[in-house]
Write a protein that binds this ligand. Structure first.
Ligand code: OXD
Ligand code: MN
Length: 592
């Protein structure tokens, strides 16, 4: 048996995986700078990475993926539970046996002549009560270097695992990169993830979507906590009190921008500040004080580059100025820096994301729309002082959102926890470039978890209801829905968004504190127009425009109720009764 580590379970599994993949050698990633630096040098020598201008972008590198490997592949992502019903109607399913049988030949000898990197990593602060450990085996230095940024990696994790501690077993191989044999498979009953024939982040950084959402959501249901596709932010008022909000949006709906929001000048002058605890994933559980606490299990940001600039998100941009890996962006050949659409003037001499000569007149985008930066969280100027707190932060409000051109008002509050779960369950949005497939199609994306829930979505909703039932009403977070994307009849956005979303957050916090009244509508509580502060943006948003964005069109909601009914029907009798009750209440309210 291999004795690479002190953990007997890990050694046994390593033996098995080494026999399967047949690497030329095995390297344990220890988390030291020396080792990482040697790997960077090796990746630069092989062309896997390009070293960027080290004066302007110290510690930064560029990577290009294969052209057919640029996004998560949801149609090739599987939840492999013994019973099909346990994966539910919204997941692709294979039985564990069928999946292992199918993938084993793809992994066999796939590391031949290559190195197996063994990455011990922790989601959450290493060794803390709520952290979970994983091991990712990979044949890609790019994966190692990204995991070093996105998670907490190294021998300290092995120490935390001890001699027989459990871990999530992740196996990744680029193999032949054959897209027809690309699979991202989860075995929640075995704590196992197998990913093959891809090198793109979301498919291969197994700590992120695969573990921290799909496997963790399953673990959370069994252990009484929640793994959510949520940002976490803190809003500090002029008195220095910080209130925390967790928010779920479908991919590429401006989640990273909201997580790092810069308050408008008016608020900044008064002393308001916004702190980022996390931009993508929240692990949430009830704390000893009876409130819900949320922690970000990640250690970095894997953000979408295009559109990130000094106006949309100066904090994200600042986060990428050192020790960052850029994937599929433009290389500015004049000064060996990076560029993407939305960053300002395009470089004269450049290579596009495929490595081809490119300039602004080329007639195609230079950066891939889903090009990314992998940046350390510590780089973020507004990172919360609680970022390293293993307990996380107490949550006052949960916010759901999506892109709805006409339907949902700028913001509304649910009437109760269960109504809030209903509001999350009916989330819908237009698809974006973050996932492979058509762009611009409206799809239901409950709690923004559609591609990330590791079990039957109906059981997941029941879990939400059960969590709420375990909270005292005065301690439970209040639940809201926002829509920054409402459009007028000419297709223009009605709300400025970005930093001005602070105005909506202010109303949300006031509601949590019971400091502001609201209008009750068929769908929930909507602000009175005078309670949304428009000071400083009167030119952009007139009083009438604000009223339009806050309006609820019952006839549109009647159609929506039919759509919800159809969607719910997929879940048969597994649909929680509390949710069909909420749908009936909505229908009754609309008839009134
Ligand atoms: C992401 C996503 O990459 O949600 O975070 O797609
Ligand atoms: Mn995400």
């Amino acid at each position: 048996m291999s004795n690479l580590t002190k953990n007997t379970k890990l050694n046994a599994w390593l033996d098995e995986m080494i026999a399967l993949t047949n690497p030329a050698n095995v390297v344990l990633i220890d988390g030291t700078d020396e080792q990482a630096e040697a790997l960077r040098a090796e990746a630069c020598a092989s062309g896997e990475l390009f070293k960027l201008n080290q004066e302007k972008l110290p510690g930064c590198y560029l990577h290009r993926t294969a052209v057919n490997d640029v996004a998560r592949v949801e149609n090739r992502t599987f939840i492999c539970t013994t019973k099909k019903e346990d994966a539910g109607p919204t997941n692709n399913w294979m039985s564990p046996k069928e999946c292992y049988d199918k993938l084993t030949p793809l992994f066999r000898n796939s590391y031949a002549g290559k190195t197996m990197y063994v990455i011990p990593y922790s989601m959450g602060v290493v060794g803390s009560p709520f952290a979970k450990n994983g091991i990712e085996l990979t044949d890609s230095i790019y994966v190692v270097l990204n995991m070093l940024i996105m998670t907490r990696v190294g021998t300290a994790v092995l120490d935390a695992m001890g001699t027989d501690g459990d871990f999530i077993k992740g196996l990744h191989a680029r193999a032949t990169m054959d897209e027809n044999n690309r699979y991202i498979c989860h075995f929640p009953e075995d704590n196992t993830i197998w990913s093959v024939n891809s090198g793109y982040g979301g498919n291969v950084l197994l700590g992120k979507k695969c573990f921290a959402l799909r496997i963790a959501s399953y673990l959370g249901r069994n252990e009484g906590w929640m793994a959510e596709h949520m940002l976490i932010l803190g809003i500090e008022n002029p008195e220095g009190e910080v209130k925390y909000v967790a928010a779920a949006f479908p991919s590429a709906c401006g989640k990273t921008n909201l997580a790092m929001l810069i308050p408008p000048a008016l608020y900044a002058k008064k002393g308001y500040k916004v702190w980022c605890v996390g931009d993508d994933i929240a692990w949430i559980r009830k704390g000893p004080d009876g409130r819900l606490w949320a922690a970000n299990p990640e250690n970095g940001f894997f953000g979408v580059a295009p559109g990130t600039n000094a106006k949309s998100n100066p904090n994200a941009l600042a986060s990428t100025r050192a020790n960052t890996i850029f994937t599929n962006v433009v290389l500015n050949e004049d000064d060996n820096t990076v560029w993407w659409e939305g960053l300002g003037e395009a470089p004269e001499n450049a290579l596009d994301w495929k490595g081809q000569p490119w300039n602004k007149d080329s007639g195609v985008k230079g950066a891939h729309p889903n090009s990314r930066f992998t940046a350390p969280a510590v780089n973020c100027p507004c990172i919360s002082s609680e970022f390293e707190n293993p307990a996380g932060v107490p949550i006052s409000a949960i916010v759901f959102g999506g892109r709805r051109a006409k339907l949902a008002p700028l913001v509304y509050q649910s009437r109760s926890w269960n109504h809030g779960v209903f509001v999350g369950s009916i989330m819908a949005s237009e698809t974006t470039a973050a996932a492979a497939g058509a762009v611009g199609v409206v799809r239901r994306d409950p709690m923004a978890m559609l591609p990330f829930c590791g079990y039957n979505m109906a059981d997941y909703w029941q879990h939400w209801i059960d969590i709420g039932a375990g909270l005292d009403e005065d301690k439970a977070p209040k639940i809201f829905n926002v829509n920054w994307f409402r459009k007028d009849d000419d297709g223009n956005f009605l709300w400025p968004g970005f930093g001005d979303n602070m105005r909506v957050l202010e109303w949300i916090i006031k509601r949590c504190e019971g400091k502001v009244d609201a209008e009750e509508t068929a769908i929930g509580f909507v602000p009175k127009a005078e309670d949304i502060n428009l000071e400083g943006i009167e030119d952009e948003v007139s009083e009438d425009q604000l009223k339009e964005i806050l309006s609820v069109d019952n006839s549109l909601w009647e159609d929506e109720a039919k759509g919800i009914e159809e969607f719910y029907a997929k879940f048969g009798d597994r649909l929680p009764k509390a949710l069909s009750d909420e749908l009936n209440t909505l229908k009754a309210n609309l008839e009134k």
